[in-house]
Design a protein around this ligand. Structure first.
Ligand code: EZ4
Ligand code: CO
Length: 403
């Protein structure tokens, strides 16, 4: 089954998405997500200028060989741009294989290991009252797990928190990067009170998660993990910058709070040590940024050996194609943990027609052949690219800080 055409579509239905469309001589068309938030056009160029010309004429059924060809053939390995581009091709080829076979992707990946995929939503608040009200709304909608984030008192602006009663979360909202402020002491004093308020509001029957966004030093992370233990967090996410991994040894010495990391990882080499030394409990690598379904499956298999579970990133800046791909893989692997689900804002639904469903805290990818996502290119053309950036975080003295 020869690949006859491939094209990259950059659109902004509510936020920016990069989509790869791959056509075959048999008429089967596959799609892959290539969105790298804030650096979208770098991946679009990598695909258009370097990979698509080599993709045309190849056999669409040879997924692993195509992956190896682009990974090893580039000479330059890894990195978010390269691995997101390869991921888009890999995902599109799996979509084609599923459609050609007339099977939903999860059947090709070994079939379902569970009935549904546990997902967590995002509750936010400018105040603890706003947060607990938002949390209650998630619980009322059936969510079994919810991430809680709130504005830190004393800081002018906290990443991801709109404030003024607005609880929707859109981090990349500036044509220029917005500047947030950060002060660790205020945060460390506040975070346990946030958990206490959330437990007071909803009890212990729902899982609560929290994201520290790489902002702490190892000893601060150890202290936070210890302070949160009585509130039984499902996980503490990204406690320290993800690239300095000896930090996790120190965190482990101080707390039994489960640790999650990996949304910025793009290969198995980023998490090999963390997994094989059991320094983390959940690996958050994604289909779209970690080389596609083929490569992420290897990461999850490595994690399975060491009792580490999956917990893939699923922010709104990953397209519905990536979310569908994640759900198919999540449904099959033995060591699935949880899947992030932020959802997508309108008008994303006009461009991406999805088959996946949410019911009582669990999602299912659906039984349509392939990924089960219809990508409407004409609709996408109505929403041109709109450059947006994540904020930059500065300490009170003006120093740029990890966000
Ligand atoms: O900041 O997806 O857990 N979720 C997150 C996200 C990330 C964005 C970056 O593009 O940390 O909100
Ligand atoms: Co995160």
């Amino acid at each position: 089954m020869k690949i006859t055409d491939a094209r990259v579509v950059v659109s902004s239905p509510g936020r920016n998405y990069v989509t790869l469309v791959v056509e075959t001589e048999s008429g089967v068309v596959g799609v892959g997500d290539a969105t790298l938030n804030g650096r979208e056009l770098a991946v679009a160029s990598y695909l258009r200028d370097h990979l698509v010309p080599l993709l045309i004429g190849r056999d669409a059924s040879r997924i692993e060989d195509t992956w190896q060809y682009f990974y090893k053939g580039a000479y330059w390995r890894r990195g978010p741009v390269t691995m997101t581009a390869i991921a888009a091709i890999d995902t599109a080829l799996w979509d084609i294989k599923g459609k050609a076979a007339g099977l939903p992707l999860y059947q090709l990946l070994g079939g379902a290991s569970r009935d549904g995929v546990l997902v967590y939503g995002h509750a936010n608040g400018g105040t603890l009252e706003e947060l607990t009200a938002d949390l209650q709304r998630y619980v009322d909608r059936g969510y079994k797990a919810v991430r809680i984030q709130a504005a830190v008192p004393g800081l002018a602006k906290t990443y991801g928190i709109a404030g003024n009663g607005v609880t929707t979360y859109e981090p990349a909202n500036g044509a220029m990067p917005q500047e947030d402020t950060w002060e660790t002491t205020a945060y460390l004093d506040f975070a346990p009170t946030m958990f206490a308020a959330a437990r007071e509001a909803v009890g212990y029957g729902v899982h609560l998660l929290h994201d520290a966004h790489h902002r702490l030093t190892p000893i601060e992370a150890g202290r936070l993990g210890k302070a949160l233990e009585p509130y039984r967090p499902f996980w503490l996410e990204d406690p320290t910058p993800a690239e300095e991994q000896s930090a996790f040894r120190l965190i482990r010495q101080h707390t039994t709070t489960p640790i999650a990391v990996g949304e910025v990882f793009n290969s198995i080499w980023d998490c090999n040590t963390l997994i094989s030394e059991r320094l983390i409990d959940y690996i958050r690598a994604t289909v779209v940024h970690a080389g596609g379904i083929s490569h992420l499956r290897k990461i999850f298999s490595l994690a399975e050996l060491y009792g580490v579970r999956s917990g893939s990133h699923g922010a709104g800046d990953l397209s519905p194609i990536a979310h569908a791909a994640a759900l198919h893989l999540d449904l099959t692997i033995p060591n699935f943990g949880i899947q992030e689900y932020m959802g997508h804002r309108d008008p994303a639904g006009e461009v991406f027609g999805t088959q996946y469903t949410f019911s009582d805290g669990y999602m299912h990818p659906g039984d349509a052949p392939g990924l089960g996502v219809e990508f409407d290119e004409e609709a996408a053309a109505r929403f041109p690219y709109d450059p947006k950036y994540l904020p930059v975080n500065r300490r009170l003295d003006g120093t740029v800080h990890d966000w």
